[in-house]
Ligand binder design. Structure first.
Ligand SMILES: C[S@@+](CC[C@H](N)C(=O)[O-])C[C@H]1O[C@@H](n2cnc3c(N)ncnc32)[C@H](O)[C@@H]1O
Length: 345
């Protein structure tokens, strides 16, 4: 690569970061939603009025969107997104966590310093992270369907289901919708997450969900062999103590139960990720600010983070008493599902 290409590559990534800040505004202020709904081009004033926003700000935003070709101009300089392209706006979900990244930087820099703290857990991250994380999985019902595809036992036999590291309960609620007669449990150690999960379940009148605040390493003693299905969705790489955590998963799972362990599908070796900026590049960036500090947050922590990688993770599972009976992406390469059963059952 020559120096001009090298320099342009760096500038393009930085430009992407700046433009993402405008994309998050478009998501949060309903601008994309309105442009999606519209069946004809509009002026900046019409768009602003429809979203109850000030025209001057909206016009500045449109300047960014037009220059990047996310929004198009017609011959009268009105703004629109062609119908055929509107489904592509789903890609803006990818910006779900961007607003919080900058706010974490100062704390993270302290941890990186040789004499600084080791890390920090989710309870020390901004409360809004719980809500933002839900944007990561905009269609949790589809995810449950995909997870079930690799479970061979009948769906009706899954009566007790545990969502470990449930966050605000996005996946847990989808489980309740799929399994209205099952007992669904959600566990997270972060009280903000559990508060949200409980509140939303109440608001939605969900009756078959129980949320418990606990660490994965110390689940209730009376849960031995309680569950038919345990799910860890985007959690394993965050855990400071994956060995004892997975021992707990083993304990609470019935002998004929199944565990779905979904984690980013990044390669373990850096060289295998070369050129993959959309998954590995973004994953490592998020991990440097969130997942790695979390997985280093307790004494003796292993510090896996997203960089743990799928090859080493599979080896870890196989060496800790599990048989991986299936592996496939659900949603995207950020969500590689290992379907596991007990090796010695
Ligand atoms: C990336 S979020 C995923 C949340 C949810 N599963 C989802 O996909 O929307 C990771 C979650 O794991 C939880 N977590 C991390 N370490 C934990 C631990 N040791 N015990 C319990 N929960 C933990 C965090 O609080 C956070 O809610």
């Amino acid at each position: 690569m020559d120096v001009e290409t090298y320099s342009k590559t760096i500038s393009d990534f930085i430009a992407g970061g700046y433009i993402t800040s405008a994309i998050t505004l478009g998501n949060d202020l309903g601008l994309f939603e309105e442009l999606k709904r519209l069946d004809k081009p509009v002026t900046s004033q019409q768009l602003a009025d429809a979203c109850k926003l000030k025209e001057r700000y909206v016009r500045e935003w449109l300047g960014c969107m037009v220059s990047t070709r996310i929004v198009l101009l017609d011959e009268s300089d009105n703004y629109f997104i062609p119908d055929a392209l509107k489904p592509g706006l789903n890609a803006t979900d990818f910006a779900f966590i961007y607003p919080v990244m900058g706010t974490l930087t100062e704390n993270v820099k302290k941890c990186w310093r040789a004499d600084g703290p080791d890390g920090f857990g989710y309870e020390d991250m901004p409360r809004c992270l719980v809500d933002l994380t839900e944007g990561k999985t905009p269609d949790p019902d589809k995810v449950i369907g995909q997870l079930l595809m690799s479970i061979t036992r009948p769906k009706e036999s899954l009566i007790t289901i545990l969502d470990l590291g449930c966050g605000g309960g996005n996946i847990t609620r989808a489980l309740s919708r799929h399994f209205p007669d099952a007992q669904i449990y959600g566990v997270d150690y972060n009280d903000t997450a559990i508060d949200r999960a409980v509140t939303v379940a109440k608001q939605q009148g969900i009756r078959n969900e129980t949320f418990i605040q606990a660490n994965v390493t110390s689940l209730p003693r009376d849960w031995t062999h309680k569950f038919d299905w345990v799910i860890l969705y985007d959690v394993l790489h965050d855990l400071p103590d994956p060995v004892n955590s997975m021992k707990e998963v083993y304990r609470v799972l019935k002998d004929d139960g199944v565990a779905s362990i979904v984690d980013p599908g990044i390669h373990s070796n850096h060289k295998d990720n070369i050129g993959d900026s959309n998954v590995a590049g973004v994953g490592y960036a998020i991990s440097s600010l969130i997942c790695l500090p979390c997985s280093l947050s307790t004494k003796g922590a292993v510090g896996n983070g997203i960089g743990w990688g799928k090859e080493d993770k599979e080896a870890f599972l196989s060496n800790s008493g599990w048989i991986v009976i299936d592996k496939r992406d659900v949603e995207s390469a950020f969500a590689l599902n290992f379907t596991c059963v007990k090796a010695n059952a």
